[in-house]
Design a protein. Structure first.
Length: 211
């Protein structure tokens, strides 16, 4: 259907307004992504545990563990489990515990250079599936041969993350004391063969939200 000649001016005005509205939209680019040093405070900082705290915590604890003769100086390298299964977060901050423990485990394994053997209990089901395939004859025994059972461990990581918060309502200043404690537990006797602690206190206004 052809529009009435009397409607053409109105349609033209509407089209012009629509084009004008589209052209007025600001499509300018946002701020360019910038990489930052994970060991330094970032552009968004608050009173909680942040990347620089995780780096400092794991580096300090890794050095302490490497200096422990029971863990790093035994004639037979001990088998250890380093995961977050027995690390509890009792702080007021939501945090992925694996971020801390994974960095500690990777750094420690690289530094240990064979002085410790690391057992993955998180992936025990993967190992068990492959063991069953080998023993059923569906696959060969690979290159390292068969063992009677999966590797047992001598020591396992346990720990706790805690915090103590304060707020000045007059100034809006938030303050938080954070404490990260890790221990290596003897899985036969229950004794603690190593303990490490990392603590700090921060204060800020307009605290950020951690996810």
């Amino acid at each position: 259907m052809v529009p009435s000649p009397r409607l053409l001016p109105a349609l033209g005005i509407a089209t012009a307004l629509g084009l004008s509205a589209c052209q007025s939209v600001d499509n300018s680019a946002g701020r360019k992504t910038a990489y930052r040093d994970v060991g330094s405070p970032g552009a968004v900082s608050g009173v909680g545990i942040e990347s620089q705290d995780i780096v400092a915590t794991t580096d300090k604890m890794m050095r302490d563990m490497m200096a422990n003769p029971t863990l790093a100086g035994a004639a037979t390298p001990p088998r250890v489990i380093l995961d977050a299964a027995y690390v509890s977060n009792e702080s007021s901050q939501r945090i992925n515990k694996n971020i801390i423990v994974d960095r500690l485990r990777v750094g420690l394994q690289q530094s240990a250079a064979g002085r410790m053997t690391f057992v993955s209990r998180e992936n025990a089901d993967i190992v068990e599936q492959e063991r069953e395939l080998k023993r059923a004859g569906y696959v060969d025994s690979a290159t390292t041969g068969l063992t009677r059972a999966q590797a047992g461990a001598d020591y396992r990581l346990a720990g706790r993350i805690g915090s103590l918060d304060g707020l000045d309502r007059r100034s809006g200043t938030a303050e938080r004391y954070s404490q990260i404690t890790f221990e290596m537990i003897d899985l036969e006797t229950g004794t603690i063969v190593w303990s490490g602690i990392y603590e700090f206190k921060k204060a800020a206004q307009d605290d950020v939200v951690y996810r």
